[in-house]
Design a protein around this ligand. Sequence first.
Ligand code: HEM
Ligand SMILES: *[C@@H]1O[C@H](CO)[C@@H](O)[C@H](O)[C@H]1NC(C)=O
Length: 500
Amino acid sequence: MGLLTGDALLSVAVAVAVFLLLLDLLHRRQRWAARYPPGPAPVPVLGNLLQLDFQDLPYSFYKLRHRFGDVFSLQLGWTPVVVLNGPSAVREALVDHSEDTSDRPSVPIYEHLGFKPHVQGVVMARYGPAWREQRRFSMSTLRNFGLGKKSLEQWVTEEAACLCATFATQDGLPFYPKALLNKAVCNVISSLVFGHRFEYDDPSLGRMLGLLEELLKEESGWMPQVLNTFPLLLHVLGLSERVFSGHIALSVLLDELVAEHRRTWDPAQPPRDLTDAFLAEIEKAKGNPASSFNQENLNAVTSDLFAAGTATTSSTLAWALLLMILHPDVQRRVQQEIDEVIGQGRRPEMADQACMPFTNAVIHEVQRFRHIGPLGTPHMVSRDTEVQGFLIPKGTTLITNLSSIMKDETVWDKPLKFYPGHFLDTKGCFVKPDAFMPFSAGPRTCLGEPLARMELFLFFTSLLQHFSFSVPEGQPQPSDHGTCGILFIPQPYQLCAVSR
Ligand code: HEM
Ligand SMILES: *[C@@H]1O[C@H](CO)[C@@H](O)[C@H](O)[C@H]1NC(C)=O
């Protein structure tokens, strides 16, 4: 018994400090591997966390790239990170070495929020059977509903009509388009997942979008970084419940929607939507402990589809309309093409795309010039891998700078300009350079790409078929600079939508 004396305390403190430093060295030993990519020197325990400005990450990274080159390393807490810039490095990693670079970093905060081996959703699932099963399921469901009776294309076309009708009620007066675009795009995911669209004034839709926005906020900034580095903190004082209240509330809302859906599910009928198809898989998988088809994962997968499929697409559309009011000449040429190919008498269809090279080029150029996900989604290297002559050890987090590819001077004539000509050949036919990869590449490439392509084309052409968009009179030209959190989005702007 007895209190620790001053001397004893001191030796305990020294022992703890030495232990921490040793642990730190252990976590940093990767840096001493031969041919490890260069990077700023990390301080013990925090690594380079203090050297990054989380309010302006793009600028912090810009300086690092300038100093260390296209492939550089960082230490975020105890997580070793390598950043890849430029088309050849990214392709080499994600495509040539896809078997070794398709894992995701383990995220302690997710485990705290309910991640388990058979409950990982899709987006952040580890590269393994549970991910493969769910990725295949989502992709085949997307394909099947592309062909079904009420096909996905029909859902999107009808949603575009609802969106146009609501734009028309603004009577040509200035308004912020962002919230309406968000609602329309969220409805498309809701149609896919629940076979149901919400009216734009339905409070459930507003609530869903509010939670999705919170989710994005919760994942950006330094707090998740710190919690991932020191997972012990997650157990302190309900911290995670407070920091991740959006995640938790979204999961509760989805559970309610699934429960409602279950009541009307008739297994004898063909599936109405993704949830029906998933419920059928759960029945089939009963008694198979290896299956990832279970209630909790239904929640995780649908949450992923809403999170990955909503703000990405609606922000791209928000950029598209912003660029149209800033470039009225481009807008007029798109409208001309719409008038020639579709006219005013019918709704646009996907089949029109092949006859509309200019419109197609404009949509691609919006995605190139203002890419919404500059740094993609982090990958993890699951085996020592060589990229551009550098050695990236197993366990390293990989960040692929997709923006750098889409601004690469060797590929694009005018990388820093909005220039649809990047996607047109001399005869005016649509061409797509290999370096165009807003959806990433390799086995983890965006599985929603076909749906996103369909939404971008049908929403954009429907809107320009019905309206001419302009900067409200007397207002200054809005900026096309944008703000960067997890997504790169336009600063809030107003426009006028005048019926044609
Ligand atoms: C303009 C719209 C979109 C863009 C630019 C985009 C971009 C991306 C990117 C860059 C990734 C990461 C790929 C990687 O890890 O290397 C991704 C993943 C993903 N996206 Fe999209 N996306 C869009 C729309 C959608 C839509 C509409 C859906 C839903 C149907 C969706 C579902 C997903 C899913 C589930 C993943 C995870 C794939 C996996 O880890 O296997 N995305 N997306
Ligand atoms: C990504 O590329 C862009 C454009 O080249 C650059 O400004 C930015 O700093 C890069 N980010 C990282 C993380 O390297």
